[in-house]
Design a protein. Structure first.
Lengths: 169, 196
């Protein structure tokens, strides 16, 4: 179902921030994230747009469209032999910086793609598991297990950054 | 580390906000979509390897020259003409590769648009050899660099070392890039797509 330009801009105003955050966290590049979000919204204008309001909500559809765009770009990076994020950082170099946020970013970037997207949608965007299952086209059980594995890996990788008890007093 | 501690750690990773121009980019792209011709079913792009193109071109050029030297007969003349057309086609394909490379380079060079000396909207890149510019209050223009005269396209400027300078209707447009562009001095071909 194709939308009008006004519809697209209204939907953009309502939904673009979480979609952009999701794309940015998946790809680590502002330019790629913007492109992915733009393509997802433009898709709504096209006659071949597959959005069916009776099957899913618009937010779910848009997250799915952004996800597809991101995966397409990530595949291209792999085909081009790029293992770094678009701004030239690697997980290893990030860890060496020693900053907590960078270490978290690097640890998440090092997760398998299938766990990474589920973690981002669940933790950062606070989406319900059923919606994540719809976006990623998985069973809810698979979403749960991926999320658990991702968190277990992160707990292990980020153990050095765990808060320590204050023993001075 | 318990769940709460892990959540706190994860929350330290924040995302910078998107560029304020993103909404404008999408608005401009929606205008471009409005004027877009019906999308055709995508076919695999015709991209033979460049070295094969060059090798084939060299062979045909040699054949053309050889046939031209012995083209006294009408049959010889027809063959020369056919080979010339084929050669021209190969040259066009080669040129298309170069134009696509230039468009891609501009896209990655943070192009900043200025219309009549004032900042303009973002460019819209949808096709490999063409990009679009919406001139506020005037209409949508497509821009390419293919040098052959094409129906509906006008040559209105040329590529400079790090910027493009051309006319879109009655407006003077400069697109500044952050790096030196290939195909400097290439013609800029402009076509009006519609009014807003």
């Amino acid at each position: 179902m194709a939308h009008s330009e006004q519809d697209v801009l209204r939907l953009f105003d309502e939904h673009h921030l979480p979609l952009y955050r999701f794309a940015w966290r998946l790809m680590g590049s502002a330019a790629d994230a913007e492109d992915a979000v733009q393509e997802a919204f433009l898709g709504l204008l096209r006659p071949e747009c597959a959005y069916d309001m009776e099957r899913s909500g618009i937010r779910t559809y848009l997250f799915g469209a952004v996800r597809n765009q991101c995966l397409k770009r990530l595949r291209r990076r792999i085909d081009a032999g790029q293992t770094e994020t678009a701004d030239g950082r690697t997980p290893e170099s990030e860890l060496l910086r020693g900053e907590v946020a960078d270490a978290v970013a690097a640890a998440i970037a090092a997760l398998p793609e299938t766990q990474r997207e589920v973690l981002i949608l669940a933790h950062y965007e606070q989406l319900p598991l059923a919606e994540i299952a719809e976006i990623t086209r998985l069973e809810i059980g698979a979403v749960k297990s991926r999320l658990q594995r991702a968190r277990a890996t992160l707990r292990e990788v980020l153990a050095a950054y765990a808060p320590v008890e204050n023993t001075h007093e | 580390m318990n769940d709460t501690e892990l959540d706190r750690l994860l929350d330290s990773w924040q995302v910078p906000p998107p560029a304020p121009a993103l909404r404008e980019k999408i608005r401009a792209a929606t205008v471009r979509e409005r004027y877009a011709e019906p999308r055709r079913r995508r076919t695999a792009p015709l991209r033979p390897r460049l070295r094969w193109l060059i090798a084939t071109g060299v062979v045909f050029a040699a054949l053309t020259v050889a046939m031209g030297q012995g083209s006294d007969s009408p049959a010889g003349s027809r063959i020369v003409q056919a080979l010339s057309e084929l050669w021209e086609h190969l040259a066009d394909t080669f040129q298309a590769h170069r134009v696509a490379a230039l468009v891609s380079q501009i896209r990655g060079a943070d192009p900043q648009v200025s219309i009549d000396g004032k900042p303009g909207p973002a460019l819209v890149f949808q096709h490999s050899m063409v990009f679009d510019l919406e001139v506020p209050g005037d209409g949508l223009y497509s821009i390419t660099f293919f040098p052959k005269p094409l129906n509906g396209w006008k040559r209105t400027g040329q590529v400079k070392e790090t910027y493009l300078e051309f006319e879109a209707g009655a407006h003077h447009v400069v697109i500044a890039c952050n790096r030196r562009l290939m195909m400097s001095d290439s013609p800029i071909m402009v076509r009006r797509r519609g009014t807003k």
